[in-house]
Design a protein around this ligand. Structure first.
Ligand code: C6P
Length: 419
């Protein structure tokens, strides 16, 4: 079994987890008579008070539709919404805010690309290449596209540690490959894919690249210009922001050439019964009233994580992963599922003789929140010959005491089932 790599920490001051924790009021509660230990951050993260305040402030003081009214409230709402987009742009180092499309989340962003780019560009016999560790959100939209166009879905395999087989990936690329869609980080395994290298290979083969960053953007700084991908998607709610808001980054030249995917208000320049013309980016892909409060909340979440420092967050989470992995290796009957050399702070596991759902239920009785199931990555479960795993996933407010609480509860579950 390979050992988890530790991010270089020398240059980065560590997070003060205790003071950070105080920023998240939800963490200060008892669940089933125990202090809450929240380890389901891969599913969604908790929100700091500043995010709650930003959305409340909008509804309390500035609530109005954007880009439509000349009145003061609409101007304030528009300013806050536009400034959130600029914060996203800066976070991911996109060249311009035209490249930042607000969506409902990662799922909607990938569907947008599949339907608009894929639907207009792919033909029968073209190929879409994904990997064996994708979330359903980065499989099913491509299957729908293939069914519609006659394109073919190809799957790059992974090894038994959950690492992508680079040679096989490269061998699957050909002049027929039109689109490569890859997870930055696997939600079921924690594997960090070498996305820069994958993008380089895909581009050399002439393919367009879509990175599913749902589990990538929250754990590492991502830089669109350095990465060179064509599309990158992530969800606000996994980045300490609200649900219902997410981002599609798209290279401007591609977005410009793509047809709209939904019609309605805001995405048009002119409408007549003879035909309509489209608005500039990013409005062309944002039909209807957007999730204004969500975008504002996401902007506040970005301010929050930038103030803490994404590098410090990454180092802190890697330290926790290293500690939890060491504990797991010492725990009798515990199998880690996903042991790639490069991992984000996700620990998928099974306990001998106990169904993952029972593990999660007993942990819940101990106040420890984890997720159990297939994690919307059924092919990953098939690969590892399990129907489900238990999964602890760490966020910036978790600490060593949370890992200790996890392992206390795991031992309790094992004792309970050995009776
Ligand atoms: N994974 C998890 O518990 P949405 O639902 O659109 O915000 O994100 C979808 C998605 C896409 N890709 C990856 C890699 C993901 O992890 C997720 C969401 C959650 O792992 C819910 S299944």
């Amino acid at each position: 079994m390979s050992v988890v790599k530790i991010a270089p920490r020398g240059a980065v001051a560590l997070l003060d987890a205790a003071s950070v924790r105080a920023d998240f009021p939800i963490l200060d509660q008892q669940v089933n008579g125990r202090p809450l230990t929240y380890l389901d951050n891969g599913a969604t993260t908790q929100k700091p008070q500043v995010v709650i305040d930003a959305t409340t402030h909008y509804y309390r003081h500035d609530n109005a539709n954007i880009h439509r009214g000349v009145h003061a409230l609409s101007q304030r709402a528009t300013e806050a919404f536009d400034s959130a987009r600029e914060k996203v742009r800066a976070l991911i180092n996109a060249s311009s805010t035209a490249e930042v499309i607000f969506t409902r989340g990662t799922t909607e962003a990938i569907n947008l690309v599949a339907q608009s780019y894929g639907g207009s560009q792919l033909e029968a016999g073209d190929e879409v290449l994904v990997t064996a560790m994708e979330h359903h959100a980065n499989i099913v939209p491509w299957q729908l596209l293939c069914a519609k166009t006659g394109a073919v879905l190809k799957v790059a395999p992974m090894d038994n540690q959950g690492a992508l087989l680079l040679d096989s990936f490269a061998a699957l690329l050909s002049e027929r490959t039109r689109l490569v869609a890859v997870a930055h980080v696997s939600n079921a395994l924690g594997t960090v894919n070498p996305v820069a290298e994958l993008v380089r290979l895909a581009r050399a083969a002439g393919a367009v690249t879509m990175i599913d960053g749902a589990q990538g953007a929250p754990h590492n700084r991502v830089d669109m210009q350095a990465l060179g991908c064509d599309f990158y998607a992530f969800s606000g709610h996994k980045l300490y922001g609200p649900t219902g808001i997410g981002v599609l980054y798209g290279r401007e030249a591609l977005l410009d050439a793509m047809p709209p995917w939904q019609g309605g208000g805001d995405m048009i320049r002119t409408v007549s019964f003879e035909g309509s013309t489209w608005n500039d980016l990013p409005a062309k892909f944002e039909a209807g009233t957007p999730h204004i409060a969500g975008a504002i909340g996401l902007g506040a979440a970005i301010d929050y994580i930038e103030a803490l420092g994404l590098e410090r967050i990454a180092a802190h989470e890697q330290a926790l992963l290293e500690y939890a992995t060491g504990r797991a290796l010492d725990q009798p009957g515990m199998r880690i599922i996903g042991t790639a050399g490069e991992k984000a702070a996700i620990l998928s596991f099974s306990l001998a003789g106990i169904h993952p759902h029972d593990v999660a239920t007993i942990l819940d009785h101990e106040g420890v929140a984890i997720r159990a199931g297939h994690h919307c990555a059924m092919p990953v479960m098939t690969h590892f010959k399990v129907s489900a795993t238990a999964r602890a996933s760490f966020g910036l407010y978790n600490n060593h005491a949370d890992v200790d609480a996890l392992f206390r509860a795991i031992t309790r579950a094992q004792e309970f089932f050995s009776q």
